[in-house]
Each structure stands twice: as structure tokens, then as C-alpha cells.
Write a protein that binds this ligand. Structure first.
Ligand SMILES: Nc1nc2c(ncn2[C@@H]2O[C@H](COP(=O)(O)OP(=O)(O)OP(=O)(O)O)[C@@H](O)[C@H]2O)c(=O)[nH]1
Ligand SMILES: [Mg+2]
Length: 430
């Protein structure tokens, strides 16, 4: 059996921040859930932008919420830039609101949020890990992982501060409330990181407020500030890793990177992945009739495909594939048109061989004239059901006859005019 010191430790972290009814937090939350979601399940397909805190009584007493005002987000292992592994358990302290009374649900603890969220011993028998809002009520259809048995001892806090503009919430109110939370967190003596959220929509003056907040004298410079965006997956891991390094000082000290710099690095990663996936489909998919289900199965083991899906999701990968097919089809049609236009002069020579056959014929009535010709159907083809030939099956069949709507193109008109001019020149030479 492994000795106690061989078992890697787990950092139990609580994400906290302004919570409550719309009256307290404004039209939307500060971003605790999205931050936890991105941290614990970072893949694009596992990231949800909508997490509810207004619930029915049934959902509140279901096994995920379990009559508590906190969520267990699960366990995750992360590696710092220096290559050190960290294992985390993550909980989110929030306030669930009853969807019939719009008041917070009553629970055993009656303390206000800013006190309750500082709890360092959490228990909730057989509480299930939260994944997404759709999970509530159909828990069996999702992975069922329970919160660790017994008391979960919180080692540190990520306090969230929203730097975007939210209707119904003033910055002063958020500063005041966050200050209340921080003052209570300080009493626990546990490390705290202030994570600003939604920096992708940041207001510069709100960022400054967050900086001012952590530099207050009473915090003695003990609260580092990490600028994050859960939506863009920027510095989310960093906020938690910096906290873990404060909890266990033997685990190194990561550099805190300003948001713009971190966002730029992230963009580079996304651009490289996009380029690699684009190049994969460009080289591997050359038939405009390719089918996604088959191609994506073929790509399943390809690291460029997997990486792109991790970062952007399978839907985005499929959209890119569809755009590629559309381009392939356009190119294919362009090639076919060129081929038809190439044979058109010969056909015109056959059906309208002299000026006599062109009598009173100009471009506008030429189509009727051609259709009246007994050999018309030997050279031309009409698309069925008023569809253009590009939309019909004609586009793919091995058919050498010319779709009639080719005559609507400017190239065909030029061909006809050239044919007429050459006949007239012949006539003049006689
Ligand atoms: N632009 C942007 N929006 C975000 C980001 N993170 C969260 N949001 C949005 O902010 C809103 C609230 O996010 P949540 O994560 O649910 O906030 P919360 O603090 O958990 O809210 P409660 O638990 O209800 O108090 C949602 O509409 C999110 O999509 C982000 O990184 N960027
Ligand atoms: Mg939440």
C-alpha cells in the first residue's frame, strides 16, 4: 500500500463571489459557474455558457443540488507551466432561488451568503457532481460521481469579480459585496485568489476597481489577482494553480500573465489548430459529395482533428467541413461550366450552321430557336422541376449533353455572338 506521503494531495477549492437574487447580482451572475466549468471540464463540447440558479423545489432537493447552496463540480488534475501536477476538488458557493417565490431556498444554514460561502468544512451526503443544467432531473443519463465522503475541507478560495458591464448591478455594489466576502474569507486564514471574470468583455474602469480592491491595506498584499475569461479559456487554470501554490508553497510559483498577453497566446494556439485542421480537410477531402459521418469517423484518431474538436467542438469542426464541401462543389461546377462552354461552339455549328438558320435570331430568342430544332435533345438537357442544373442530380451524372440553363450565362452569350460574327464574316468573304 502507498504510504500517506506518496499519495498526491488534493486541493479542495471553493469558488465564491456575489450571489443571490436579481436584486443583488443584477441581470446575470458574476461567472462562478462558467469559471468552474471551464476549469473542471475544459473541452469545448463540455463547456456550457448557461448555468441556472433559479430552480424548482424538485431540482433543489434532487441529488445534485441536494438541498445545499453549493455545487460539487468534481475533481480534475492540472499541470503547471513548470510541469508540476495538481489535483483539485472544486465546489461553487452560490445561492439557489426558488422559481415560484423568487426568494432563496431555505436551507439549514441561515447565514447571509458572504458568511456562508466562507465555510471550510462542507458535508452533503451522497451529493452528486454537477455537470450542466440539463442534467437536473435526469441524473442517471450523466456520469454519476459523488462528492468525497465525510467532510470536505476547503484549502483555499477563488473569489470571483466580474469586470463586464451587467444591467442592474453597479460596480460600487459589486466592490462593496466582494469586500464583505473577502473580509470574511480573511478570517479563515486560507489563501485567496481574486479572479476577474469575463475579461473578454472587460470595462477598463472595472478592472482598475478590482486592482484597487486587492491592494487595500487590510489584505496586506496577500490576494493575487488573475484576469480570466472562461468563455475564451484564458488564464482559468492559472487562477486555480496560483491558489494551489499558495496552499502548498513547495509547488513552485507561476508567473501571473496580464490578460491581453494570455489572450494573445491563446489565440495563437487556436490559429495553429485551425490551420492544421483546415489543411487536413483540404488534403483528405477532395470529393464534394463526402459525408460527415464517414469522414469524421476516419479522422477520429487524427491528432489535428481531435485537437481542433477539443478547442472548438465537433459542431464547429462539422461547420468547417461543410464550408469546405461548398467550396469543392463550387469549384466542380465552375469546371463543368468551362467544359460545356468549350463544346458549345461545336454544338452551335451543328444546329445553326449558316446565316439562314440564324435568320432573325438574336441572343434573346435563340433558346426558343434551339429548342425547336429536331436535334435539340441530342445536345441539350432540361433540368427537371424548375430546378437549376446545379441543384439537380444532373450535376453529378455522367452526362455529356449541355444543361439548357448554361445558355443563361454571359459566357454562352459571348459564344453565340462569336458564332454569329464568324458566320457573317464567312458570308462577306463569299
Ligand atoms: N463574455 C463572457 N461571459 C461570461 C463569461 N463567464 C460567464 N459569462 C456569462 O455570465 C453569465 C453568468 O455566468 P455564471 O457562470 O452562471 O455566473 P454565476 O456567478 O455562477 O451565477 P450564479 O451562480 O447564478 O450566481 C452567463 O450568461 C455566462 O454565459 C466569460 O468568460 N465571458
Ligand atoms: Mg452559478
Amino acid at each position: 500500500m502507498a504510504k500517506k506521503c506518496d499519495v498526491p494531495r488534493t486541493f479542495n477549492v471553493a469558488a465564491v463571489g456575489l450571489s443571490g437574487t436579481e436584486k443583488e447580482k443584477g441581470s446575470t451572475g458574476v461567472g462562478k459557474s462558467c469559471l468552474c466549468n471551464r476549469f473542471v471540464r475544459h473541452l469545448a463540447d463540455d463547456y456550457h455558457v448557461d448555468h441556472i440558479s433559479v430552480l424548482s423545489q424538485t431540482d433543489f432537493s434532487g441529488r445534485v443540488v441536494n438541498n445545499d447552496h453549493f455545487l460539487y463540480w468534481g475533481e480534475v488534475t492540472k499541470t503547471s507551466d513548470e510541469g508540476v501536477d495538481f489535483n483539485f476538488n472544486v465546489v461553487e458557493q452560490t445561492e439557489f432561488i426558488d422559481d415560484s417565490s423568487f426568494q432563496p431556498f431555505k436551507s439549514s444554514k441561515t447565514d447571509p451568503y458572504y458568511k456562508r460561502c466562507t465555510t471550510i468544512k462542507l458535508t452533503s451526503a451522497e451529493k452528486l457532481m454537477y455537470i450542466c443544467k440539463n442534467q437536473l432531473g435526469i441524473e442517471k443519463e450523466y456520469e454519476q460521481k459523488m462528492i468525497p465522503e465525510g467532510k470536505l475541507s476547503i484549502d483555499g478560495f477563488v473569489c470571483v469579480f466580474d469586470v463586464s458591464d451587467v444591467p442592474g448591478r453597479t460596480i460600487d455594489k459589486q466592490v462593496e459585496y466582494t469586500c464583505l466576502i473577502l473580509n470574511n474569507l480573511m478570517k479563515t486564514k486560507k489563501p485567496i485568489v481574486l479572479a476577474t471574470t469575463k475579461n473578454d468583455e472587460a470595462r477598463e474602469s472595472y478592472v482598475k476597481e478590482a486592482e484597487r480592491l486587492v491592494s487595500r491595506r487590510e489584505y496586506k498584499g496577500s490576494i493575487p489577482l488573475v484576469e480570466t475569461s472562461a468563455h475564451e479559456d484564458v488564464s482559468v487554470d492559472l487562477a486555480f494553480i496560483v491558489l494551489a501554490q499558495m496552499i502548498d508553497r513547495t509547488k513552485g510559483k507561476s508567473k501571473i500573465v496580464p490578460f491581453l498577453e494570455a489572450a494573445l497566446r491563446r489565440k495563437e494556439v487556436l490559429d495553429v489548430a485551425t490551420e492544421a485542421y483546415q489543411s487536413l480537410i483540404r488534403t483528405q477531402v477532395t470529393d464534394h459529395k463526402a459525408v460527415w459521418s464517414r469522414e469524421s469517423k476516419k479522422f477520429a484518431q487524427n491528432s489535428d482533428f481531435v485537437h481542433y474538436c477539443d478547442l472548438f467542438g465537433h459542431d464547429a469542426a462539422q461547420r468547417m467541413f461543410r464550408r469546405h464541401l461548398k467550396k469543392l462543389k463550387e469549384e466542380y461546377i465552375r469546371r463543368k461550366i468551362q467544359m460545356y462552354i468549350k463544346v458549345l461552339p461545336e454544338v452551335l455549328n451543328e444546329l445553326l450552321p449558316d446565316l439562314q438558320s440564324l435568320h432573325e435570331c438574336d441572343w434573346r430568342n435563340m433558346r426558343t430557336k434551339l429548342q425547336q430544332h429536331p436535334d435539340f435533345s441530342q445536345y441539350f438537357l432540361k433540368s427537371p422541376d424548375e430546378q437549376s442544373w446545379q441543384e439537380s442530380d444532373l450535376v453529378d451524372i455522367t452526362e455529356t449533353r449541355i444543361p439548357l440553363d448554361i445558355l443563361d450565362t454571359a459566357e454562352a452569350e459571348a459564344c453565340f455572338e462569336e458564332h454569329k460574327t464568324s458566320l457573317e464574316a464567312d458570308e462577306n468573304r463569299k
